[in-house]
Design a binder for this molecule. Structure first.
Ligand code: NAD
Length: 378
């Protein structure tokens, strides 16, 4: 059984899909591991560290995937990266499959069984494989660190002989995994923190972290969580009430961190131009949803823009700004999943195709797109 770890070709991607630690574990399962040269460099893992852990280093992607039974990636590979791949090989990564019909067809045409880690069900058994949580947690932390760096004032209240510096007011919009970590981090730094969400369950979680919960708590709010624990897309009527509440609150904030997402949909627009214009110069907005269209109307992917003295931070790949930590957790998520796809006695790939984790994540197999949610439109 041969496992290949590829470099990331996307310039914005700093993470790597295996670490020396997980390479050792794969070796312990009886696998041969091949790492493409330089794959871990941007996350702080050198080729020699991978070699010490037991991996062979391949000069190119083509050399790495040759004869590989399992290919590990962070992002979906382009066609070129799969040149020479073995028919039936398993390809595991964050495939970002929504609206990507052509890319999914390419994966099917390459005859790989492609698994999309972000489709992993949020069930107890799969918690250890939950890449959305492991990465969002770091993104929420980093959003506060980035906001702090852009903000020209201190976060905690400071009483000094020269006078008092007031605590920063931080408002977190969307209190899922990233948002709750942002709340916790901002609290640790001494900010006065408020947070909002459309799911009622978020209220207690926000309050347990010592922040104040603010939301339009009407009948629609009570029904806003899907069976899967995600938010629904809210009605125009709810959005208008929410906007009125947010507009009066945001004007008093120093830092706004937005994290609101709806699976498979564009991010909800929560912060308008007028709201940004109501904020004091020197304030900061960090939009973690920028890759999904943004929660803030003025956010630009990959840029820090300034509008009337307010900085709007739209960094791409926030977990990648903590590449070593993010890779370490991501690699462990992958390892936990791979363990379920092999037979430990015969040391071979043995996918249980009717396992709910496999069914939820497998996009392509035997030359076809097999996932029911991603069937090509006619
Ligand atoms: P997410 O990234 O999909 O969205 C971020 C947050 O934005 C969510 O809390 C969502 O409710 C909120 N949101 C969406 N639209 C909004 C709007 N219009 N206004 C304000 N907020 C809005 O969420 P996530 O972090 O992936 O968490 C989703 C759910 O999964 C949560 O219920 C979480 O508790 C649950 N979860 C479960 C497990 C597990 O059981 N293994 C692990 C992690 C998360």
């Amino acid at each position: 059984m041969r496992i290949a770890v590829l470099s990331e070709t996307d310039r914005a991607e700093t993470r790597v899909a295996a670490t020396p630690e997980t390479v050792k574990k794969y070796k312990g399962l009886g696998a041969d591991v091949v790492v493409q040269a330089g794959a871990g460099l941007r996350a702080g893992f050198s080729d020699s560290e991978f070699e010490v852990a037991g991996a062979a280093i391949a000069a190119s992607a083509e050399e790495a995937v040759r004869d590989a039974d399992i290919i590990l990636k962070v992002r979906r590979p382009s066609n070129g990266e799969l040149t020479g791949v073995k028919s039936g090989a398993l390809l595991i990564g964050i495939m970002d499959p929504y609206g990507q019909d052509a890319a999914l067809k390419s994966l099917a045409d390459a005859h790989v069984a492609a698994f999309s880690m972000e489709l992993m069900p949020r069930i107890t058994r799969a918690q250890v494989m939950d890449v959305l949580s492991s990465q969002a947690n770091l993104a929420g932390y980093r959003a506060v660190i980035d906001a702090t760096a852009e903000y020209g004032r201190a976060m905690p209240m400071m009483m000094t002989a020269a006078g008092t510096v007031p605590a920063a007011r931080v408002f977190v919009m969307g209190a899922g995994v990233a948002g709750l970590q942002a709340v916790a981090t901002a609290r640790r730094l001494g900010a006065v923190v408020t947070a909002t969400d459309v799911r009622p369950a978020a209220k207690e979680q926000v309050e347990s972290l010592g922040a104040k919960f603010i939301a339009v708590e009407d009948e629609e709010f009570k029904q806003a969580e899907t069976a899967g624990g995600y938010a629904k897309e809210m009605s125009a009527e709810y959005r208008a009430k929410q906007a009125a509440l947010v507009a009066s609150h945001i004007a008093k904030q120093d830092i706004v961190i937005t994290t609101a997402l709806i699976p498979g949909r564009p991010a909800p627009k929560l912060v308008t131009r007028e709201m940004v214009e109501s904020m004091k110069p020197g304030s900061v907005v960090v939009d973690l949803a920028v890759e999904r269209g943004g929660n803030c109307e003025l956010a630009k992917p990959g840029e820090v823009v300034e509008h009337n003295g307010v900085k709007i931070v739209g960094h791409l790949n926030m977990p990648g700004r903590l590449a070593a930590s993010a890779s370490s957790l991501y690699a462990k998520n992958l390892y936990a999943f791979v363990e379920t796809l092999i037979d430990k006695d015969s040391k071979t790939v043995a996918v249980k195709w009717d396992d709910e984790l496999v069914k939820a994540t497998c996009l392509t197999r035997d030359g076809a797109i097999v996932h029911t949610a991603f069937q090509p439109t006619a």
